[in-house]
Design a protein around this ligand. Structure first.
Ligand code: CU
Length: 622
């Protein structure tokens, strides 16, 4: 076993040399971690009958989906569609999900965030944002299904989100792109005066299962990249990174890198709440929007090395860490120092009415790991140690935020964007595991042509030295993930009966078809291994309608039995929906094509699944 691992490592070393990115000088760690006598293979092996210790929710990027993995096995357990239709689950075809998707056929899912209670992931909900079509979504972790999606007005590409406050009071959605407020046409020559980057404060109504926009803030016309909520001593605060504070309108690669410093936006959301209560906002397209140049307070700017990506609050809430993504330097900023500077009004000018704090008055320390390049994002362990991804030098650097001491470095393959540690964004991370979300896999897996999958690498961080112990391919593109203790998530086994749901049918005899003019309402059931649409009909599994009828099919899955999911698809009508155990689901369509169309269960459910069929008969117009 030992030999095999060594040769695998030397294989990786060849890969390192062949890659085009720069690598520092690393010593190869021993094959067996000192923290445990287990081999790497044993550490990631989860025998049948046992379960993984953590769920890893990885953003599915421009697939618009969320990828669910088990850790430490790094097995992909589920793909949950969020912003894109998904034929496998009928997501985007049934009435509810079709309406939620709002006609969009894709999304770009970025940073996922669990709901929190007292700064801990509570395992109830997962939030995510769509950079492509400016949406936010909430997934219920009892069923791993999306409950609500909202389109965020006045805004373009909420990349800088989602992050939630300690008790999920808000998720804040600042945007990557600045646009004229309301998306009206405005010449780019008027960029600095007419364009704005808007941050939305979104609340989640758990009872109604709805997301709402509480208010918005018209930030300067910059790009907002990443964010984090404060914790404990800083719990009323949040931080976001900005770039293109140059306000360049073309060729950003060069023009947005002119100044040495961009800013971290530091804001107190309790103050913003107060401003809204006091009416200190303008009404913009139905939204309450705070303009900092009109109503000051609660928002400050902290200079940071140019073009930063992540900004991450330490678990104790004392510091926030950010770095220029082209710089070698990491900066630890102190909330306490920022509060003092704000108190003393030690400002060095302002931008768009927002006071600028001095870098020196907020900076706690600078950390400069030798030859490390491209710091993007930092996670934490149970001992308060920080783990920063280095995109350009393709490594994770472990360091101590209290002292600045660099403790360890490990190469990853290749170019990590984010990393995610177990319970990493909470007030009490677990340590144990860190997953490096690598943008490039290059030669890591069997070749599938010129374009390769992305890669997630599991790192054992339980000892003093980090150790990469597993590597798992992943579809484009895990922008970020969060890892939660598996026992925090309490899924249901079957959908409970909804006696008040008029569309539900809980006994076979009640299945019926009701015609109202040109509308045909089907109240049907699915159970192993048949459909019943009309219990009294000669052929109960047939739906007969007239050409042009609007057909609304409700189906209740009467198999109250875990994992016995049915599907409902109609040949050549481009329709499919999923009905999970106990669930009632609805699909609507217009019977525009006359003819005879077989319908069938798409989700394999029993030995006689092939027999679970019927017909849609569409009588032609006379
Ligand atoms: Cu079936």
């Amino acid at each position: 076993m030992k030999k095999k691992v060594i040769s695998a490592l030397s294989g990786l070393a060849v890969g390192v040399l062949a890659s085009t990115v720069f690598f520092g000088n690393f010593s190869t760690p021993d094959t067996v971690s000192t923290a445990s006598a287990k081999t790497d293979a044993e550490k990631v092996y989860v025998p049948f009958g046992e379960k993984d210790e953590y769920y890893l929710f990885a953003s599915g990027g421009h697939s618009g989906q969320m990828f669910i993995y088990g850790v430490p096995s790094m097995r992909r357990i589920r793909t949950v569609p969020v912003f894109s239709p998904d034929p496998a689950t009928g997501y985007g075809w049934d009435t509810h999900s079709k309406k939620m998707l709002g006609g969009y056929t894709w999304g770009d899912l970025h940073h996922p965030a669990f709901s929190e209670t007292n700064g801990e992931y509570d395992g109830k909900y997962m939030f995510a944002t769509d950079v492509a079509n400016s949406r936010a979504a909430v997934m219920d972790l009892k069923t791993f299904t999306v409950k609500d999606i909202i389109e965020v007005p006045n805004t373009s590409g909420p990349h800088c989100a989602a992050f939630v406050t300690e008790n999920t009071e808000y998720l804040f959605l600042p945007t990557r792109f600045s646009v004229p407020i309301g998306h009206q046409y405005a010449s780019l020559d008027e960029y600095s005066t007419k364009y704005r980057g808007v941050m939305s404060a979104v609340t989640f109504d758990e009872k109604a299962q709805k997301l709402n926009i509480a208010y918005q803030v018209a930030l300067p016309p910059w790009s907002y990249d990443l964010s984090d909520a404060g914790k404990k001593v800083s719990k009323d605060w949040a931080v976001l990174t900005t770039y293109n504070t140059e306000e360049a309108t073309t060729n950003l690669e060069i023009n947005a890198s002119q100044e040495d410093r961009d800013f971290i936006v530091l804001f107190n959301w309790k103050e913003l709440d107060k401003m809204v209560k006091e009416g200190k906002y303008d009404n913009v397209g139905g939204q309450k929007m705070i303009f900092p140049e009109k109503h000051q307070g609660g928002i400050y700017l902290v200079p940071v090395a140019k073009s930063p990506h992540g900004v991450d609050v330490t678990p104790d809430g004392k510091y926030f860490i950010a770095s220029g993504k082209l710089a070698p330097l990491l900066t630890v900023f102190s909330f306490e120092k920022a509060f003092q500077a704000i108190e003393k009004k030690e400002f060095a000018g302002e931008r768009n009415g927002i006071p600028i704090l001095k870098y020196e008055s907020v900076m706690e320390r600078e950390v400069n790991p030798e030859n490390a390049l491209g710091p993007l994002h930092t996670q934490f362990d149970d001992k308060g140690m920080a783990y920063t991804t280095m995109f350009i030098s393709s490594e994770i650097v472990k360091w101590n935020p209290e002292t600045g001491e660099v403790l360890d470095r490990v190469p990853v393959q290749y170019s990590p964007g984010h990393a995610v540690s177990a319970e990493g964004d909470t007030v009490s991370p677990d340590g144990k595991y860190l997953v490096s979300l690598n943008k490039l896999a290059k030669d890591s897996y069997l070749s599938v042509g010129p374009s390769h999958p992305e890669s997630m690498q599991l790192i054992d961080i339980s000892g003093e030295k980090m150790k990469v112990i597993q590597s798992s391919p992943v579809d484009p593109e895990p922008h970020y993930g969060q890892m939660i203790k598996a026992d925090k998530i309490k899924t249901i086994e079957v959908y409970p009966k909804e006696e008040n749901n008029p569309n539900a049918v809980y006994s076979q005899q009640d299945a019926r078809i009701v015609r109202k003019g040109n509308e045909v309402h089907v109240y049907g059931i699915a159970m192993r291994s048949k459909f019943i649409f009309d219990a009294k009909a000669k052929r109960p599994d047939v739906i007969e309608v007239n050409e042009g009828d609007k057909v609304i099919v409700h189906i209740t899955n009467l198999d109250f039995d875990e994992d016995i999911t049915h599907g409902f698809a109609i040949n050549q009508y481009d329709l499919n929906m999923e009905i999970q155990p106990g669930q009632t689901n609805t699909i609507e369509f217009t019977a525009g094509k006359p003819g005879t169309y077989p319908l069938y269960c798409t989700n394999f459910c029993s030995a006689l699944h092939q027999e679970m069929t019927g017909y849609l008969l569409v009588k032609p117009k006379q």
